[in-house]
Design a protein. Structure first.
Length: 496
């Protein structure tokens, strides 16, 4: 084991052959989104709701690495971006149900130098999103939700005024942020709930080590010892995303709104399985001319999409990343060679990790409808090669407290790649999938991992499942040599 770790440390220079932004979920993973952060999808989650097994929750997170203290405007949603959640329910790789989100911004106190103020200059603390207690909430956003199904658009929010949750400025301005956060949860009737706002980023990874040609902390990452690999409750390396915020849209709807026939099906029925992805789009033309606001014209053009996490990072080559981001899943056959002969698998093999032989048809489980996620699908139901995060709505949720970070790989069938929950460790799962664990868990089951097992800020057990934003005044980040790794002696994160 020690020798293998040395080989890994020395051999990772070969990763210059692999796709850029390896292991960073979808945080700035393509050239186009590196230059357009508000349209950058960081993560896409979909799962059967923990406390309502007759519903599905979808989470679209955008705009990565939001520093909580970065005022005065912080990080509102982009009114010029169309945010969408898309669902395929008949195995053809084309969306059949779409939920669209658009945001509007108002400046209520145009004379203020900052977007938020409280307990100062005659303004009371911000304790409400509207009415009394909201006077200091100058930069405020509202949003609407449209469902498009069978060519018909239905406004789900008409008759409601929905406010996006602002960033957590600090305890003087927002003395009870949890209460304010709770106000951002809206029930729209018919068992539909929605939330939008700035939250703690639930993604977790030793990002600095990953970008340093996978120079993971020796004795921690690269290949995990059994005791660490089995531990879902402690971090052995620093979570570089800890303390950062992200903008999140969360929607919970009944399963019957998503299935092809409007019914709930058992896990053995192919109609229980849906394919999903999140997308962001902009108008074809944007004109910015001072002092007027942006002027958008033309149809919407997709900027980014995400189905399975890490596909555009671990699988797609850098020269194809923008095209992948802007194209539709139904056209993903053009990228099939990246699945059948993944470069990263070759890198793993070159440094001594056993890897399944090509062609890697096992990875098509992430791109087609087939068992074990769709046990009811036959040869005629696999559909086209399409990067969709598939969810079997007939598989009940695993109770909170019993969920496993390695999801499907360790028998927690409600976890990734059957949908994705915030708790799922997609870095370790996806790395092992590339190596070939889906072919033979013993022969190709090397415990590849970075030593970061969970989000130290925790997880929500009920809707909206995301945690409140980190405080702009008091937030801290976790780094090597600092406290924050509870699996290590004295809780100090390793440097080497």
């Amino acid at each position: 084991m020690h020798k293998l770790k040395k080989v890994i440390a020395l051999g990772m220079a070969l990763l210059i052959l692999a796709p850029a932004s390896v292991f960073a979920s979808s945080h700035r993973e393509a050239p186009i989104t590196a230059l357009d952060r508000t349209a950058d999808i960081t993560d896409w989650y979909v799962f059967v709701s923990y406390d309502h097994p007759d519903r599905v929750t979808m989470i679209l997170n955008v705009d990565p690495f939001l520093e909580p203290s970065n005022g005065p405007n912080y990080f509102p949603f982009d009114p010029n971006v169309l945010y969408e959640m898309k669902v395929d329910n008949n195995q053809d790789g084309v969306e059949d149900v779409t939920f669209q989100f658009r945001f509007s911004t108002e400046i209520r106190q145009p004379g203020l130098f900052t977007g938020f103020v409280g307990n100062l200059a005659g303004f009371p603390p911000i304790t409400s999103l509207d009415g009394a207690g909201s006077e200091g909430l100058s930069l405020r956003q509202t949003y609407n939700v449209i469902m498009v199904k069978n060519g018909k658009s239905t406004c789900l929010t008409c008759g409601h005024t929905l406010f996006a949750m602002p960033s957590n400025v600090g305890p003087r301005t927002m003395p009870d942020y949890q209460s304010l956060f709770n106000q951002g949860v809206y029930s729209l009737g018919n068992n539909i709930r929605v939330f939008a706002g700035t939250v703690d980023d639930p993604f977790f990874i030793d990002l600095g080590a990953a970008f340093d040609s996978l120079n993971f902390r020796m004795g921690v990452g690269g290949v995990l010892p059994p005791s660490e690999d089995a531990d879902d409750t402690h971090n052995y390396a620093s979570d570089a995303v800890a303390g950062f915020n992200v903008n999140s849209i969360v929607l919970e709807v009944p399963i019957t709104m998503l299935t092809v026939d409007g019914k709930i099906h058992p896990a053995t029925d192919k109609q229980a399985v849906i394919g999903t992805y999140g997308a962001t789009s902009r108008r074809l033309v944007t004109v910015r001319r001072s002092p007027f606001p942006d002027k958008d014209q033309g149809p919407f053009q997709q900027v980014q999409r995400e189905g399975n996490p890490l596909i555009n990072e671990l699988i797609i080559g850098t020269g194809s990343k923008d095209r992948f981001s802007m194209d539709d899943p139904k056209n993903d056959s053009q990228f099939s060679t990246f699945f059948l002969d993944p470069v990263l698998a070759g890198v793993f093999s070159s440094i001594g990790i056993p890897v399944a032989p090509n062609p890697r048809t096992d990875l098509l489980i992430l791109a087609q409808y087939e068992a074990p996620i769709c046990p009811g699908c036959g040869a005629g139901d696999v559909g086209p090669v399409a990067d969709l995060l598939r969810l079997n709505t007939g598989i009940p949720p695993t109770p909170v407290g019993s969920q496993k970070r390695l999801g499907f790989l360790v028998g927690d069938t409600a976890g990734y790649p059957n949908g994705r929950r915030p708790i799922d460790d997609v870095v370790d799962i996806s790395s092992r999938a590339v190596a070939g664990i889906l072919v033979d868990a013993v022969k190709f089951g090397t415990a590849i991992g970075d030593g970061v097992q969970l989000n130290p800020e925790g997880y929500g057990a009920t809707f909206p499942y995301v945690m409140p934003a980190n405080s702009g005044r008091n937030s801290v980040h976790i780094g090597p040599g600092q406290a924050g790794c509870t699996g290590q002696t004295n809780g100090i994160c390793p440097v080497n």
